[in-house]
Design a protein around this ligand. Structure first.
Ligand code: NI
Length: 390
């Protein structure tokens, strides 16, 4: 029995055969029926750990050859041939286009979509794993892919590459840019509030994050660059717990008094540190003292997030007063200002977080609040609340 047929039969025996023009995908039998397979070839290349492409002609009756999970393999094992410079040149000309991928979470799945790209026969789907590597998880001949292997409260990252079968080898296009999909567990119809903590990280940050985690809650930490430098671990801890890391400048400077150049430097110095931890610059910033001038607006380069509830925790240093400031005033869409560098604030937060949950509030990040309240945040514009729009 030749290798191709053997493999085909092995797959068929598991009832997981999907067929398209040139490629076989493993597929759940319930979704796809294949009545007959007429020809098969397998390109098992030297050095590849497993045959990744197979050719089969399908009978009518095989429905919607869509997507399917293949054995996840590092991209490197896809390399199938040793190419000469001439061949490379030829491939460059023949290469399929690069998909532009968008994704969203809907009905317990991440749905990725893209437009058809030139010359594509199939698309490889890559997903970032826990080690930060993009691993191929599926192939499809459609321009969409549904990933059910997602859990609420996490972010997922994907890339897609177009591929087609050339005369003697697979021709692969470039991978798309990363498509990030946040899978949250927020109900847009329920109350939500954004707790924000400024001036950290500090020695109480982790304790507050632990309380957030216990309560399935998130907050936004507007961090001061120089403190991030001193305590990057606390910022990493908050970020990994799903909290948002915003910028509160590098030196906690009054930005309204600074030149354009200095405003930019306050932001870029902090962004560099945040990027090292989270992989990207801060999306949002909070101006120290809430102080904003015209030069700030033009040069800050991020939406400026103010607050609708000022706990005055930095002034009172009183746990009960801080709790009361929140619990007696809070309403749907509020942004609450606190400071995670003070012990009475930490003690207050440990009570405020479960109390708000008990009252039915979803504790969300500022970006989540904006998203679910339909606020399209703009650079250089300040926001105090994100109440439901009428
Ligand atoms: Ni501050």
């Amino acid at each position: 029995m030749n290798e191709g047929i053997r493999k085909g039969l092995v797959i068929a025996a598991f009832g997981m055969l999907v067929v398209s023009n040139h490629v076989v995908y493993a597929k759940q039998a319930s979704e796809v029926r294949v009545t007959e397979v007429t020809t098969q070839t397998v390109n098992a290349q030297p050095g590849s750990t497993e045959a990744t492409t197979q050719t089969v002609n399908a009978q009518p009756g095989s429905t919607e050859a869509t997507t399917q999970t293949v054995n996840a393999q590092p991209d490197s094992t896809e390399v199938m041939t040793t190419e000469t410079a001439t061949a490379n040149q030829q491939i460059a000309q023949e290469k399929p286009g690069t998909p532009v991928v968008t994704g969203e979470y809907n009905r317990k799945k991440v749905q990725l979509t893209w437009e058809v790209v030139d010359k594509a026969q199939i698309y490889y789907i890559f997903k970032k794993n826990a080690e930060g590597k993009f691993i191929k998880i599926a192939e499809t001949d459609q321009t969409c892919y549904k990933d059910k292997a997602v859990e609420k409260g996490n972010d997922y990252y994907y890339k897609v590459r177009a591929v087609y079968q050339g005369t003697d080898r697979l021709i692969k296009g470039n991978r798309s840019k990363v498509c990030k999909v946040a899978v949250d567990n927020i109900d847009p119809n329920k109350k939500m509030v954004a707790l924000t903590f400024d001036d950290g990280p500090g020695k109480y940050t982790k304790t507050i994050v632990d309380c957030l985690k216990e309560n399935d809650a998130k907050a936004t930490f507007f961090v001061v660059g120089r403190s991030v430098n001193a305590n990057p671990g606390a910022v990493r801890y908050a970020y990994k717990a799903g909290c948002e890391i915003g910028s509160h400048s590098y030196n906690h400077s009054n930005l309204a008094n600074l030149s354009a150049k200095d405003v930019k430097k306050e932001m870029s110095d902090t962004d560099k540190l945040i990027k090292k931890i989270t992989g990207s610059k801060a999306t949002l910033m909070r101006p120290p003292y809430g102080s904003i001038g015209d030069i700030t607006k033009k040069n800050v380069g991020k939406p400026m997030i103010l607050w609708s509830i000022d706990t005055l925790d930095w002034k009172t240093r009183d746990t009960k007063k801080t709790i009361d400031a929140v619990m007696k005033n809070v309403k749907d869409g509020d942004i609450v200002l606190m400071h995670d560098i003070h012990e009475p604030t930490k003690d207050a937060a440990l009570q405020i977080i479960p109390k708000l949950k008990k009252q039915g509030y979803q504790l969300v990040t500022v970006s989540e609040l904006a998203k679910y309240r339909g606020y399209n945040l703009e650079k250089g514009v300040s926001y105090r609340t994100m109440y439901k729009k009428k």
